[in-house]
Every structure is written in C-alpha cells, then in structure tokens.
Design a protein around this ligand. Structure first.
Ligand SMILES: [Zn+2]
Length: 129
C-alpha cells in the first residue's frame, strides 16, 4: 500500500464511517520539527503515488509542510469490490461518483502528496455513497 491507512486511537471519526487524520498529521509534523521523527521516514512516498501526484492529481492550494515551496497534490485511493487489493487511484470527482454508483461498499482514502520531497499523509477516509 502506498500509504498507511491504519487507524490510530487519536483519529477523529467526524461522521458515520468517516475518519479525519489531520490531528495525527499535526502531531507527526511536530515530531519531525522536534527531531523525534526523521523526515526521510515521512517522505517514503510510493513511486506510483508520486507519479500520479506529479502528472494528474489536483492541486490542493496548500504548501508542502516540509519543503514549503511546492503545492501539495491530492490523490484518492478507492477500495472495494473488483478494484483489486491495491485499490484504484482516482483523481476526479466524476470518476469517484461513477464508482459510488456501483454495487457494493467502497471506501475512499485521500492522501496529500508532495511530488518534490515525497511528503505524503493520509488526510481522511470515508465511505462512498
Ligand atoms: Zn515537499
């Protein structure tokens, strides 16, 4: 998997089935700033994820928290029936809506990615409806 969808105890469930990982993100960035976590550990981006971020993923309008020069990209991975064990990378709302209309339960993971330094972090997880 290109990111870490494990749910830590401090993650915030903001509505039914939706989990917001921004608290965890803030804590991780603080630990990097304090030298507790090596930046190399948080810039371990999967090559496929960086390819998608660089070529097709939408901009977020937010600067990278680590290299701060480049804008972060938003990549969504959807998991569910017939999407394979690695999920499917989705970069447009139209595609997300197409999958949401299919039979079965689908879950989307939104990951912010810096194509320059490799910073990547899961932002939220939510069921597609
Ligand atoms: Zn960066």
């Amino acid at each position: 998997m290109p990111f870490h969808p494990g749910i830590a105890t401090d993650d915030t469930e903001i509505s039914f089935g939706e989990v917001d990982y921004r608290l965890q993100r803030r804590r991780l960035l603080r630990d990097v700033e304090r030298g507790i976590v090596d930046p190399a550990e948080v810039c371990d981006v999967h090559p496929e994820l960086i390819r998608v971020a660089r070529n097709v993923a939408p901009h977020t309008g937010v600067s990278c928290p680590l290299c701060s020069e480049k804008e972060l990209r938003l990549v969504a991975y959807v998991f569910g029936p017939r999407l394979g064990p690695g999920g499917k990378c989705v970069v447009s709302d139209e595609e997300l809506q197409r999958i949401a209309r299919r039979q079965g339960d689908f879950v989307s993971y939104e990951v912010e990615v810096c194509a320059t330094c490799g910073w990547n972090h899961l932002l939220r997880r939510y069921p597609l409806r």
